[in-house]
Ligand binder design. Structure first.
Ligand SMILES: Cc1cc2nc3c(=O)[nH]c(=O)nc-3n(C[C@H](O)[C@H](O)[C@H](O)COP(=O)(O)OP(=O)(O)OC[C@H]3O[C@@H](n4cnc5c(N)ncnc54)[C@H](O)[C@@H]3O)c2cc1C
Length: 489
């Protein structure tokens, strides 16, 4: 046994690095382990050939009162990273003329400007305003009643113009949950609508969003803990129903508390092992539904094709996903149109690309099976290119190099696949009806001292924000657990 810690955190994604940093700051002896060379997990930042970017589209929301700044403030590390939120975006809607038209560019625009752009007829505007009012002003108590209904079912009870419907779904379900509207829990979707409409979106950090998780991992060491990268945990040890530590391929570390950011399914089914859990719990874990994957392209461009706007979504009345549409697409019938997100890192930070050049990343729904590589999802990737080339006619000719990313890449960088077809998901588990909101998986495993952190458990909001929110909640719960245990033993 090479060491003893109060807490071991497996994984330095946004969930793991947040909880590790906060617990170290609050005085616990923390060990943070990650299999990768850098922290950040699904939102890791890279630098290559003069470009700095995340492996795929990663922009965060909300802007006002975001959890990244809350954690940085508690750590006293606000000055270590620079938040950039230019307050503009470049959503493009295909109007009835067939033209792709950029909408109001501020991230919290006047509804009437949105209605003009979405071609909402005068007669439908009162209903549209009523719906936006209901969505944005709903109380937390009323939202909590909507765990067992999908956002699609909830919207089907309202009068909603097809353009406004497409806008809401493309922004919220397709982009933030990476799930069809009729599978996302309405409670979770409405919280995100409120965050984006009332508190703005499009948050980025110089050097990439992943810089925040890197800072959290650095904080662990600054507060007396240890961060070890390139350390893949192979086993979480359990004796007599209690966690005792972890082993990597090189060393074993002991601690009475282990927080896993490796995903609930890999943690239960692989790192701990089924035999330590009740059969009903194992079945529950196997039944948790993942989000779909986000797949797409990185275009390295010889010149700046997209001026000023750092991100946007391209959508039409025909682009929103539904379960039926998804089922057909998976069977090979790719829809004529689908919503495509794009990000231009150098429009956040001019140093993110060589002078005069640009990198543009795209993201759109794809299957989350980690076995799938580029050739297996070519039809989706071609459709993504086609949508981008229609919206930005000068893009194709400016491409110097192009790379695609797949569910295989996402799983390799982040979580192991332990169940068929699952592992390359964009967000995590537990966002669908019946598994979201209050029914989200608990952060406490049914093993003494074992906790989960990250998008599978405990957090709310959009991807990185959800994982960080989970990290904050887990830090509170674990701190309480640690103090009670210490006081009583
Ligand atoms: C293509 C794509 C686009 C996205 N776009 C956005 C976006 O625009 N905005 C947004 O907010 N979110 C976005 N997200 C989602 C967001 O990145 C994730 O929801 C969030 O980062 C997940 O954080 P996490 O803490 O749950 O886990 P992860 O990021 O999955 O981190 C898990 C960590 O655990 C480590 N790990 C796993 N197993 C082991 C092991 N056995 N031993 C050691 N370490 C291990 C991994 O290396 C990883 O670092 C996107 C994700 C993808 C894939």
């Amino acid at each position: 046994m090479s060491d003893a810690y109060d807490v071991i955190v497996v994984g330095a994604g946004f969930g793991g690095s947040t909880s590790a940093a906060l617990l170290a700051k609050r005085g616990l002896k923390v060990l943070l382990l990650d299999k990768n060379a850098k922290a950040g997990g699904k939102a890791m930042a890279f630098s290559k050939g003069g470009y700095t970017y995340t492996a795929w589209v990663v922009i965060a929301a909300p802007t006002i009162d975001n959890v990244f700044e809350k954690v940085l403030k508690e750590l006293g590390m606000e000055n270590k990273v620079e938040l950039v939120a230019p307050g503009i975006q470049g959503a493009m809607f295909k109007q009835s003329s067939g033209k792709w038209v950029v909408g109001p560019q501020d991230t919290t625009p006047d509804p009437n400007k949105i209605f003009d752009w979405l071609e909402v007829p005068e007669a439908a505007r009162a209903d549209a305003l009523t719906l936006l009012g209901e969505l944005t002003l709903m109380t937390p108590q009323d939202i909590a009643k909507l765990d067992d209904i999908s956002f699609g079912e909830w919207l089907s009870q309202k009068k909603i113009d097809p353009g406004l419907y497409a806008f809401l779904i493309s922004c919220v379900c397709d982009g933030c949950f990476v799930l069809p509207v009729d599978s996302v829990a309405a409670s979770e979707a409405i919280i995100v609508v409120q965050q984006m409409f009332l508190r703005g979106g499009g948050v980025f950090f110089k050097g990439g969003v992943g810089r925040v998780a890197e800072t959290f991992a650095e904080a662990v060491e600054a507060f007396g803990g240890k961060t070890m990268m390139r350390s893949r945990v192979e086993k979480i040890h359990v004796e007599d129903g209690k966690v005792t530590g972890v082993s990597t391929d090189k060393e074993t570390f002991r601690a009475p508390i282990v927080i896993s950011n490796a995903g609930i399914q890999p943690t239960v089914l692989k790192l701990v092992g089924e035999k330590h859990f009740d059969k009903a719990y194992v079945n529950y874990v196997k039944d948790l539904v993942p989000s779909l994957a986000f797949i797409g392209s990185r275009y390295f461009l010889s010149k700046e094709i997209i001026p000023k706007v750092p991100f946007g979504v391209i959508f039409s009345k025909d682009s929103p996903w539904s379960i039926d549409k998804w089922t057909k697409a998976k069977a090979g019938h790719i829809p004529e149109e689908m919503s495509v997100w794009y990000e231009v890192p150098s429009n956040y930070d001019p140093n993110a690309a060589p002078k005069g050049k640009q990198i543009v990343m795209t993201g759109f729904l794809g299957p989350c099976d980690p076995k799938l590589k580029e050739k297996d999802i070519k039809a989706f990737l071609d459709k993504g290119d086609e949508m981008m080339f229609k919206a930005f006619p000068d893009l194709k000719a400016a491409i110097e190099a192009q790379e695609y990313y797949t569910p295989h890449d996402v799983s390799s960088l982040t979580r192991d696949s332990v169940l068929p077809g699952i592992g390359g998901e964009c967000i995590g588990l537990g966002q669908v009806v019946g598994q979201g909101g209050a029914r989200k998986p608990s952060v406490r495993a049914p093993i003494q001292g074992l906790f989960y952190v990250g998008c599978d458990a405990g957090g709310i909001g959009v991807g990185t924000q959800q994982a960080t929110d989970s990290g904050m909640k887990v830090a509170d719960i674990v701190m309480r657990y640690y103090r009670q245990r210490k006081a009583m033993l």
